[in-house]
Design a protein around this ligand. Sequence first.
Ligand SMILES: *[C@@H]1O[C@H](CO)[C@@H](O)[C@H](O)[C@H]1NC(C)=O
Ligand SMILES: *[C@@H]1O[C@H](CO)[C@@H](O)[C@H](O)[C@H]1NC(C)=O
Ligand SMILES: *[C@@H]1O[C@H](CO)[C@@H](O)[C@H](O)[C@H]1NC(C)=O
Ligand SMILES: *[C@@H]1O[C@H](CO)[C@@H](O)[C@H](O)[C@H]1NC(C)=O
Length: 209
Amino acid sequence: MEWKWLRFIRMAVMLLVLEGRRWCTTDACLEHERIALLHLKPFFNYRNHLQSWVEVKGSDCCKWERVECNTTTRRLIQLSLNSTKWEFNVEYWYLNASMFLPFEELRSLYLSENAIAGCIENEGFGKLSSTLSNLEILDLSRNYLNDSILLSLSELSSLRYLDLSYNRFERSSHPRESDKELYYHQMFDYKITISSLQQAFNSDKANNM
Ligand SMILES: *[C@@H]1O[C@H](CO)[C@@H](O)[C@H](O)[C@H]1NC(C)=O
Ligand SMILES: *[C@@H]1O[C@H](CO)[C@@H](O)[C@H](O)[C@H]1NC(C)=O
Ligand SMILES: *[C@@H]1O[C@H](CO)[C@@H](O)[C@H](O)[C@H]1NC(C)=O
Ligand SMILES: *[C@@H]1O[C@H](CO)[C@@H](O)[C@H](O)[C@H]1NC(C)=O
């Protein structure tokens, strides 16, 4: 008789644990991703666009504006921080790309129209290459980026789509190489793929050997 009770209690506890785990994974985003979003907030909250990003413990950041999560894992897969500073004459600034490191399952990152002039030293996009292995879409269009950002971007090998249009790239930095010129021209006006960026850097390396 006693043995039966023990078995019943053990089963009840197991059910509670399982149910609790299910509740945790379906009803809120990960705490460290929520905190990382709050660290990003001051840089992108120009004109109070991110009102739903609140400092309340347990708040489900998957429901915050401009955030999209995988419905199963509850981890961030898309972050749309575009157009938070779109006006003319907004002061340019330098981004710390390491702030995106906690979002390990991120697939799309939209950062256009933000007056970004580059990354702060040693905190460039290259730092994300091993951790954000699912990052496929990166939109950096309509910022104040120049050629110095390109090397770190070429390290993001998972990218399928990279938009660098309307920045401040120099068309004439390699005046003797006609193919290079085409590539800068494309980058200035249109959308390019990461493979053409990597090819350009690989041919640079080969040429310098
Ligand atoms: C969500 O994550 C699961 C498990 O990793 C994966 O199988 C599924 O394809 C993902 N869904 C989306 C929409 O990314
Ligand atoms: C941000 O970019 C996404 C994807 O291109 C787009 O759907 C959305 O409308 C943009 N948001 C703003 C505020 O421009
Ligand atoms: C950049 O952000 C990371 C992650 O938030 C932080 O650990 C690091 O100290 C920051 N770097 C600088 C130079 O502020
Ligand atoms: C390009 O941007 C970097 C910072 O990201 C800056 O130090 C450099 O002076 C800029 N170069 C030109 C030609 O504007």
